[in-house]
Design a protein around this ligand. Structure first.
Ligand SMILES: Cc1cc2nc3c(=O)[nH]c(=O)nc-3n(C[C@H](O)[C@H](O)[C@H](O)COP(=O)(O)O)c2cc1C
Length: 347
């Protein structure tokens, strides 16, 4: 049996998570950040079955493939889960229809500001809409356009990142926006104490990605998982751009031979541009194309040398492979212990 203080802090944590959990229809307000190739049916269902909220990463999937993945997830869990759609996907509207036809309850729009029409259609179709807000002005605009909840993702996160840390985004956005809609925090979160602190600042819950890569249920290649277990925060660095004329969207990943070759690749393309062999547009495209398929090569094929090892700074807190339910229980226990310690301090 739990000691009275432990029961009280568990109840207090439930209260802090109540708004976020009600929004998702989950037991705890922890969202599995969608990760391309990684967040497929197995991890998503495992997270939802563990009481959290799993989210399928649609990535570049075409509508029929997404329909298959949603049906596969529904076969593994009766709990709610979401689908993350990248706004620049050429068939965004059809993907929204695919989600609605399958009865998906939550659509997360990522990778840019979604068109108002997509938000409207998703809501008309009965789904709740979650959008990423990279700044306060955009957070307000997204809520005016109909977003039911927001994610604020700091530059500590894995994958494509913005320039501002979660520490700063939380201070800028939570005080005004948390009153309006549930706001979920993401980026660099690896422990329950951090989740608790953001809940106390007004967040409705947290979205974690990196921490779930080494879930037993996750299909990522054992070599990909091994790289996460070995990786330290300082190894998860953003890609570097070597010429201001050729912007590179920063991607935070563990450094490997691929990231070193990317620097060489940029230099070679720049030389070809300077020599007049390729136009500016061709050069920009060549730079961008370097990473095409690289995440798949690492996650699925286990090519951890040349593939992309997208990971957040929280990677240093990934210590071993463990079931999703155990990771969720660990995060909750850490948050509860921190709450209990606080109530002892003021007693
Ligand atoms: C391998 C990997 C792939 C990702 N792919 C996507 C994606 O397809 N769409 C998206 O919105 N976010 C993507 N993300 C970001 C996560 O959803 C999440 O916001 C992020 O991992 C949070 O930071 P953390 O990794 O420090 O927990 C990806 C992150 C990682 C590590």
């Amino acid at each position: 049996m739990l000691a009275p203080a432990a029961t009280a802090s568990a109840a207090a944590l439930d209260r802090l998570m109540a708004r976020g959990a009600a929004f998702f229809g989950s037991r705890v307000a922890i969202m599995g950040g969608a990760m391309s190739w990684v967040s497929e049916r197995h991890l998503v269902a495992a997270l939802s079955n563990a009481g959290a909220f799993g989210v399928i990463a649609c990535g570049a999937m075409e509508p029929p493939r997404l329909a298959e993945e949603i049906a596969g997830t529904q076969a593994l869990t009766a709990k709610p889960f979401g689908v993350n759609l990248i706004t620049m996907h050429p068939r965004l509207d059809q993907l929204v229809e695919t989600c609605l036809a399958a009865g998906v309850t939550h659509i997360v729009f990522a990778g840019g500001i979604p068109p108002g029409s997509a938000i409207k259609r998703a809501k008309e179709g009965g789904a709740k809409v979650v959008c990423f807000a990279p700044a306060l002005a955009l957070a307000k605009k997204l809520v005016r356009s109909g977003a039911d909840a927001l994610v604020i993702e700091g530059s500590e996160a894995g994958g494509h990142i913005g320039p501002v840390s979660l520490n700063v985004l939380a201070q800028e956005i939570l005080p005004s926006m948390a009153k309006e809609v549930p706001v979920f925090v993401a980026g660099g979160i690896g422990r329950g104490e951090a989740i608790l602190s953001y809940l106390e600042m007004g967040a409705a819950g947290a979205q974690l990605g990196t921490r779930f890569v080494c879930a037993t249920e996750c299909i990522a290649h054992p070599k990909f998982k091994q790289a996460f277990i070995r990786g330290a925060a300082r190894d998860a660095l953003p890609t570097v751009q070597i010429d201001p004329r050729f912007p590179v969207i920063p991607v935070r990943a563990l450094q490997n031979e691929g990231t070193r070759r990317f620097m060489e690749h940029q230099a070679v393309v720049l030389e070809r541009f300077t020599a007049g062999v390729v136009t500016k547009d061709e050069a920009q495209l060549e730079i961008e194309h370097f990473w095409a398929g690289a995440l798949r090569r690492a996650v699925i094929d286990g090519d951890v040398e040349q593939g992309s090892l997208m990971a957040g700074q929280s990677v240093g807190m990934v210590a071993r492979e463990q079931p999703a339910a155990e990771i969720i229980a660990e995060l909750m226990a850490q948050a509860e212990a921190a709450l209990a310690a606080r109530s002892l301090a003021v007693a």
